[in-house]
Design a protein around this ligand. Sequence first.
Ligand code: FAD
Ligand code: SF4
Length: 499
Amino acid sequence: MTKQELIKERRSQDWRTELRKAHPNKERILHERTAISELPIEERITSFHEEVALGYTREEAMAEARRCLDCPTPGCVEGCPVGIHIPSFIKLIEKGEMLQALDIIRETSSLPAVCGRVCPQEKQCESQCIYTVSLKKQAVSIGNLERYVADYERLHRDRSVKPQRSSQPQRGRIAVVGSGPAGLSFATDMAKWGYDVTVYEAESQLGGVLRYGIPEFCLPNSIIEDELEKMRDLGVHFVTDTIVGKTITYEDLKTQGMEGIFIATGVGVANYMGIPGEDLKGVYTASEYLAKYNLMSPEELAAELPSLRGKRVAVIGGGNTAIDAVRTAIRLDSKQAVIVYRRSEEEMPARAEEIKHAREEGTEFLTLHNPVEYLGDESGRVTAMRLQRMELGEPDESGRRRPVAIPGDIITMPIDEVIICIGYSANPLVSNSMPGLEVNKWGNIIVGDDKQTSMSDVYAGGDIVRGAATVILAMGDGRRAATAMHQRLSGRIEEGALV
Ligand code: FAD
Ligand code: SF4
């Protein structure tokens, strides 16, 4: 059955037809989007570990689900990078069947509590919702509904069904390199289908960017821990502090009997602009800065805070990483926290909700400015930056208007700390250690549609293939790679596999 046929079949179930009749569209569209409660701003800016968005209550979720028109050709599904059957899960929420709603999401997404929190829905499913496209109203709050059912399952664990390991006899050994969303979703599917899966992680803690990059006030570590616990229940083994390509090689993995290897190493090398002063003390990369504070306990942070207070912090860039870094600086009680971005706010790639939160919390936005030099004192510590004023020119290949320098228009701004957030590149360690592995000129691993690399037993997915992208795309890659590797090893495609 094709995806469209399944969507149609589900939509024609009697209970859904009844639901549509019970509340006609003209009644549904009268309701405004249900706002999500948030932590008060004054509490947010003093708390690094408290989540800002608080999630829907059951009543709120059901009210928001009622807004969904159960469209015969749902644009939202087309806008979702992994094609979640969005109206099917939303109508189950309207009916009050929260765990069944989650089952629908889990058909395609292995990390709903994560994606419900960090996906840029306004650029994906919600941008294609009929409310946005035709009714010119606020879209159904698909992300918040996804988050609600995922959280419901965690809070009602006794009523939820644990993912089951396959009843098939144990299959072969599989290695996963990297424990970010791509590696975790791949490992989950393979373990469910009976493989003996071991995930190797270079760092001491698991989760990749979910743990080291995205701060707890956006994505609590307890959510990641919950996913890891489910995976351990499925029998997945985790080996931390192990760098594949250094501590252990491809040949070692083959000697240990690994029949397939999935590489999901992300893009861990921070980009620099190559301007003078980037080596001064007080100039950090986003990874250094975010990882340091993400891994601190509330007690450690409290002890460190007095020495961090009162700094003027500039964050260079306009993506999610930059917004996470500036909001971290605010929570570290900076005197000034400013985003310096070379285009205008309209072109910022960060999620709209996060930009809104950053502004509410006191972030300044210095758009159309680009650093050209960092200045330091005699001890080698940064004290100021020189910024080139920019204007917008013609659109570039990404469709965004290109920033163009205004000749001679440079300002100097005093600063105590700079966080560089201008993107990441692939770490060549793994590919250098595997000469048969083809990479492109940026060091990203080349794969086919099925995520198979130039080495027949090695698959790859996530940022190491795409370049810096998103959680949902990484997760989708992991699931597609699992389907393809399983098919190659067993000749089967399991029900529920993401093809
Ligand atoms: P990663 O999450 O990078 O995980 C790779 C893992 O592999 C890491 O744990 C790494 O230590 C490990 N590894 C690397 N090399 C080796 C090796 N040789 N041996 C063993 N292990 C190795 N996306 C969104 O959708 N929404 C957001 O709000 C969002 N915010 C972000 C905020 C920040 C600060 C950053 C940096 C990114 C953000 N992203 C966001 C992007 C998103 O997190 C990534 O696209 C996604 O995590 C990529 O997943 P991945 O599994 O490919 O790699
Ligand atoms: Fe519901 Fe919007 Fe999807 Fe229509 S497009 S099914 S209203 S979420």
